[in-house]
Each structure stands twice: as C-alpha cells, then as structure tokens.
Design a binder for this molecule. Structure first.
Ligand code: AMP
Length: 222
C-alpha cells in the first residue's frame, strides 16, 4: 500500500529533517518544494530567476507554478509506492489541487508538526545549510558539510526580519490548510518540541497507523 504523506508545520518545525528520515526509512522519495526552488535558483533556470526575489523576501511563489511543479513530480514512477511532501501544499488552492492529483492513489496522511513560536525563532536563527549542496546541516557539523565538504551558511531567507515575515505568511496563508485537513480520518498532530529522535518515532507510528487504518479506501477520503 502506498505511503502518501504531507508534512505541515511552520518554518523551523523540523519538516525537512523529519521528511528526510521518513523517506529514507520507508524507501519513498522526499519531495521538498523549497529544495526544488533552491536548486533552480542555484542552477540559474528560468524558474529560479522568477522565484528568487519572492523566496528572498520570504513570500510565496504563485500557486499555478507550484501546482505545476508538484503535479509533474508526482507523475514520476518513483512516487507510485508513496512520497513525502515537504513544503507543499502551502495554500488552500494548492491543497485542493493536490486532492485532484491524488484521486485514485490511496490515502493521503497529513501530519501537522506543532512547535511554539519562540522555539521556532531560536531554531531558525541557528539554522545552517550547506552553501554547495544545500542540505540542512546536522548539529555535529561544526565547520563544513558532512556530505560534500562545502561551507555552512545561513539561508538567505533565515534573517530575523525575513523569518518574522515568513511566520506571518505561514499564519495567514498556510495555517488555514490545517483547518482544511483537520476533519479527515488521516490527519495527525505531532508535538515537534521534543528531541528529533522522539519526533521521528512518534511520526513514524502515527503515519503507519493512519495509513493502514484507512488503506482499504480507493480514493482520498474527504
Ligand atoms: P521552504 O524551504 O519550504 O521553507 O521554502 C522556501 C521558500 O520557497 C518559501 O519561503 C517560498 O518562498 C518558496 N516555496 C516553497 N514551497 C512553496 C509552496 N508550496 N508555495 C509557494 N512558495 C513555496
């Protein structure tokens, strides 16, 4: 049965780290729209050129562009056994479009990672990524990326003022999708203010339980 997962939560909730771990453990692709956009910026594609200013300002890239990117990505055969979406959907129109894309593809488990705002601000101020390959730095990497050796840098959108703006955008545009999903039998809330390994195991349990409990359903349950 396919493990189709959406990770919700504000910037700094740990979506990327947890999505990465879940994807690795269960052998499904992690699809991070932020990573796809950052790749496009780094390689200088047309999409990257268009998205750069919006991302640096901490605002949202247009729904049509994002729905197109994710729709195409979910057509690839590696998503047939499932996927973890990190950073999409971020608006109600994106969530509605995802329901359409998911028709006939099994249950969609939605996990909302909840973390208090003061903790988010502290985490984002400390966050580093690799300036070369873009991965989130692990705590034990003090100077260089443990994968490619690149220098660790602050994300261009993790400055204090931009972070405050991103949290505002989250409350205004993204929080309403929690409401959109919360009545569904496959919606789960996870306490993200715990050590990463504890979050990983509670998430794993919640997703597998929700997915198997509703796995006989042919279509997305609304
Ligand atoms: P993230 O790495 O998920 O924090 O995303 C970084 C930035 O990419 C966001 O602040 C947005 O500018 C843009 N972005 C990523 N995913 C989306 C999305 N689903 N809709 C609109 N903009 C997005």
């Amino acid at each position: 049965m396919a493990l189709n997962v959406v990770m919700l939560g504000p910037p700094g909730a740990g979506k990327g780290t947890q999505a990465e771990r879940f994807a690795r453990t269960h052998g499904v692709p992690k699809i991070s729209t932020g990573d796809i956009l950052r790749d496009s910026v780094n390689t200088g594609t047309e999409l990257g050129r268009l998205a750069r200013k919006t991302m640096d300002a901490g605002e949202l890239v247009g729904d049509d562009v994002m729905i197109g990117i994710v729709g195409e990505r979910l057509e690839r055969p590696d998503t047939r056994a499932g996927f973890v979406l990190d950073g999409f959907p971020r608006t109600v129109p994106q969530a509605t479009a995802l329901d359409t894309i998911m028709k006939g593809r099994g249950p969609l488990v939605v996990v909302d990672i909840v973390v208090p705002e003061d903790v988010l601000l502290r985490r984002l101020a400390a966050r580093r990524i690799c300036g070369t390959c873009g991965v989130n730095a692990l705590i034990e990497w003090t100077a260089a990326c443990g994968i490619c050796g690149g220098a660790l840098v602050t994300r261009t959108d993790d400055g204090v003022e931009i972070v405050r703006g991103r949290l505002k955008v989250y409350h205004h545009s993204t929080r309403p999708i929690v409401e959109f999903y919360s009545g569904r039998p496959t919606f789960r809330v996870i306490d993200g203010n715990q050590p990463p390994d504890v979050v990983t195991s509670s998430m794993d349990r919640a997703i597998c339980e929700a997915s198997s409990a509703h796995g006989s359903t042919k279509e997305v349950r609304l």
